[in-house]
Design a protein around this ligand. Structure first.
Ligand SMILES: Cc1cc2nc3c(=O)[nH]c(=O)nc-3n(C[C@H](O)[C@H](O)[C@H](O)COP(=O)(O)OP(=O)(O)OC[C@H]3O[C@@H](n4cnc5c(N)ncnc54)[C@H](O)[C@@H]3O)c2cc1C
Length: 437
């Protein structure tokens, strides 16, 4: 694997990421020479940072290697919805896996939400922490069916929520463009780039050795080789999400989806209240490739979405113009009275599996029993919880979800058909089935 030195201006699209304009990534320290540790964690996104944190809290010596900077992957580009829902709804989990497994998985991701909140509160992290309910909102009659299913699923599994019919929506949202919604509490928004950069500082203070601009170029049973050094460790955790296939493993099991995220110029309080009447919320709609929006602490609208062509594209696209137009038109249609202009728009990719559950396990060659892979998180709370899970595996042999998230589990489209019909088509069909059939 060959990596260029990190330089924002040399990385296509990165100058468009609004979050990076607020604060530059901290100065990197690169690894040179050989060091030893109990555990080496590869990847400085939400999963790697949470894993390193937990391991260190249990007094293990930890080295974290990041090829760019902490938060350079998906974790630092997000809209910062911290909710257990991400690519897969609870209703879909219930339908696909039954109540016991759905609840087990949901509790797992709720723990991720709580752990992120706890860090923000305990360390007083300055990351635009906004306590906001989640709002899953129906565009049309079919969407209303999904919203009701979500409400029913939450009720069945004992989670609080409120169902809104079209008549009830004007109480909470200033749009005539939706026909119903389900709302639920215990969620929040944040600036996830600032969170990652803050966690980096906290971990360094607590004794984790973090090396950035330091890609892992070769991983063997007991060593991880970097361009100018190596780490000898008893355990290797690869928290690389969508980059894992670049390392030559799990190529069929992990792919990516692309989404575009824009941020508007700040709105006046009066105009912001035309979107959410009293409480700001984090909303996403019922389209298969959904649109999502929330209002930040200083009244900027974060608005994201994609389309079929770009969501499953092989490589990251620079076609921000197309999505500026598409997202702006969506917003103007839904909220015609709100003067709104997108100031920044950027693309981002996140790792996914075919059934939208995470992928984890020991190396596929079965010889590498101390190398544990974590990927396809599909959401920050999921990534956080996966990082904790990997740490617990080392600390106490945790294993209750090994089967649920194993890369060996059965997928509706297996590797042979995937080769025939191509990976993008395989993932698009599989996601349609996982979410709606
Ligand atoms: C535009 C956008 C908006 C999103 N919005 C939300 C949202 O609102 N809420 C939500 O919950 N989720 C959101 N997501 C999804 C979420 O960002 C991801 O699911 C999550 O961040 C995955 O975390 P991770 O740590 O597993 O992966 P990443 O953050 O991608 O971390 C992997 C890290 O590994 C590093 N790496 C890769 N290869 C190597 C190597 N060889 N050596 C060293 N380091 C390496 C990468 O540089 C990267 O930093 C969004 C994603 C995008 C792109």
């Amino acid at each position: 694997m060959g990596y260029a030195r990190y330089n924002i201006m040399n990385r296509p699209n990165e100058e468009n990421v609004f979050w990076y304009s607020l604060k530059k990534p901290a100065q990197a320290k690169k690894l040179s020479g050989t060091i030893n540790a109990d555990v080496v964690v590869i990847g400085g996104g939400m999963a790697g940072l949470s894993c390193a944190q937990k391991l260190r809290e249990h007094n293990l010596s930890v080295v974290l290697l990041e090829k760019d900077f902490c938060g350079a992957g998906a974790s630092g580009k997000t809209s910062g919805f911290i909710t257990p829902d991400s690519e897969i709804e609870l209703s879909a989990l219930l339908a696909n896996h039954g109540p016991e497994k759905a609840k087990r998985i949901w509790e797992f991701v709720i723990a991720g939400v709580s752990a992120i909140r706890k860090n923000i509160e305990d360390y007083n992290i300055d990351c635009d922490y906004q306590v906001q309910d989640s709002l899953f909102i129906a565009n049309n009659k079919t969407g209303l069916k999904y919203v009701k299913e979500q409400y029913e699923a939450r009720k069945e599994l004992g989670y609080e929520s409120t169902l809104y019919s079209k008549d009830g929506l004007p109480e909470i949202i200033g749009s005539m463009g939706y026909v119903g919604a389900v709302r639920y509490p215990d969620t929040f928004g944040m600036n996830s780039y600032l969170y990652c950069q803050a966690m980096r500082e906290i971990l360094i203070k607590n004794g984790v050795q973090i090396f950035e601009e330091t890609p892992a170029v070769n991983i063997t049973n007991s060593s991880v080789i970097t361009p100018e050094g190596r780490v000898e460790a008893k355990h290797v955790i690869v928290a690389g999400d969508r980059f894992i296939p670049d390392m030559g493993v799990l190529k069929k099991e992990i792919y990516h989806v692309q989404t575009f995220l824009g941020i508007s110029k700040p709105l006046s309080d009066e105009n912001a209240k035309k979107i959410f009447k009293s409480d700001k919320m984090m909303a996403w709609d019922t389209d298969l490739i959904y649109n999502y929006f929330r209002v930040t602490g200083n009244n900027r609208v974060l608005l994201g979405g994609g389309d079929l062509l770009y969501t499953y594209a092989h490589s990251i696209s620079n076609n921000t113009k197309r999505f500026k137009k598409r997202l702006s038109s969506y917003f103007h249609k839904k909220f015609p009275d709100v003067p709104f202009e997108l100031e920044y728009i950027w693309p981002g990719m996140l790792g996914v599996s075919k059934d939208l559950l995470p992928v984890m396990g020991y190396g596929p060659d079965n010889k590498t029993s101390n190398i544990w892979y974590l990927g396809a998180a599909t959401g920050l709370p999921w990534a956080n919880a996966l990082g904790h899970y990997a740490a617990d595996k080392i600390i106490s042999g945790r294993n209750e979800l090994d089967g649920d998230f194993s890369w060996k589990r059965k997928f509706i489209i297996g590797p042979k058909i995937q080769t025939l019909i191509s990976t993008p088509v395989t993932y698009a069909i599989s996601h349609g089935i996982a979410e709606h059939l």
